[in-house]
Write a protein of this length. Structure first.
Length: 141
């Protein structure tokens, strides 16, 4: 939603309602009303920080509008991950978990700062992931 004028607290109308919907789409927890309240200003300031806009003053300017629209377009164009991409990501994570996280958890276990059941759950999870990846690789052959 492109704007011509700066939107600020106290304003009302359909354009404010559209702003609320756009903010909700990018993860701001805001109801779609037609009033620009201090809650709207806080949500806009949060979005401005996310979008690296300075100052993050809560005023919905042309710059904020352009960057928010760009983010919305990127989110809408985002395609779901293909199964192969997910498998590749999980395959890459398993060695990191096994070789880095498990040893750290073992140190925490020895120091008494890690719950043994959490450690066991992680180990079992790694084994299940490795078996699932192996089964999937075998099925592809």
């Amino acid at each position: 939603m492109a704007i011509r004028n700066v939107l600020r607290p106290g304003m009302r109308g359909e354009v404010v309602k559209q702003l609320h919907k756009a903010l909700a789409e990018v993860g701001c927890n805001i109801d779609a009303s037609d009033a620009y309240t201090w809650v709207t200003a806080e949500a806009v300031a949060c979005a401005q920080r996310l979008l690296s806009i300075e100052p993050a003053d809560g005023l919905y300017s042309a710059e904020t509008s352009a960057k928010l629209n760009e983010l919305l377009k990127m989110r809408q164009a985002r395609q779901p991950l293909a199964e192969e991409q997910i498998t590749a990501s999980v395959s890459a994570m398993v060695p990191v978990i096994r070789n880095k996280l498990l040893p750290m958890m073992e140190l925490g276990l020895a120091a008494g700062t890690v719950d043994p059941s959490d450690y066991d759950v992680l180990k079992i999870g790694i084994v299940h992931l490795e078996h699932a990846l192996a089964a999937e690789a075998a099925a592809r052959k």
